[in-house]
Design a protein around this ligand. Structure first.
Ligand SMILES: [Zn+2]
Length: 163
């Protein structure tokens, strides 16, 4: 008989695993992250295995398990919108401080630059972030913010004329 703490699959689970819905590889996500972001009532359905986060924009699956049999969780199962799977506002980018893609775009539209990255960095340094329980990917959002700022700086001058 195994001890209660032994979950062999978790120890042997690879750091990336293929999502059965879209066929793309997803990265490991902490159980803590999944527990915090699922709707109340769904937490008990989390399987005793390693879970992965599917980053494919068009895939409805958010968390999928290592191995068959355990529950798969899709977008409606979460209490937050998964920014990288949404195209319509609000598209959350930074979950800890509630910053959306539109806010980043609007600021760049207005002043031609973004102060958000520095604001987030300051908050992170002050120990105010909680990405592992707020961001569906469980990772720090700074990379996503930096990318959104960069994309926006590149595309805005061209799109600004249309509105
Ligand atoms: Zn997927």
């Amino acid at each position: 008989m195994e001890s209660c703490c032994a979950v062999p699959e978790i120890r042997t689970a690879p750091s990336v695993h293929v999502c059965s819905a879209c066929g793309q590889r997803g990265r490991k996500v902490e159980r803590l992250t999944v527990e915090h972001l699922l709707r109340p009532g769904l937490v008990s359905r989390i399987g005793e295995t390693q879970y992965y986060f599917c980053e494919t924009a068009t895939c409805p699956v958010v968390y999928f398990p290592y191995g068959a049999g355990a529950a798969v969780f899709q977008k409606p199962d979460l209490t937050v919108r998964v920014g990288l799977k949404e195209t319509e506002d609000p598209v959350p980018i930074c979950y800890c401080f509630g910053i959306t893609r539109k806010e980043i775009w609007d600021e760049i539209d207005e002043i031609g630059a973004s102060t958000i990255t520095n604001r987030i960095k300051a908050e992170v340094q002050a120990g105010n972030c909680a990405c592992e329980v707020k961001n569906p990917s469980g990772k720090c959002c700074l990379g996503d913010v930096t990318r959104a700022v960069k994309d926006s700086l590149q595309t805005l001058p061209a799109t600004a004329v249309t509105h």
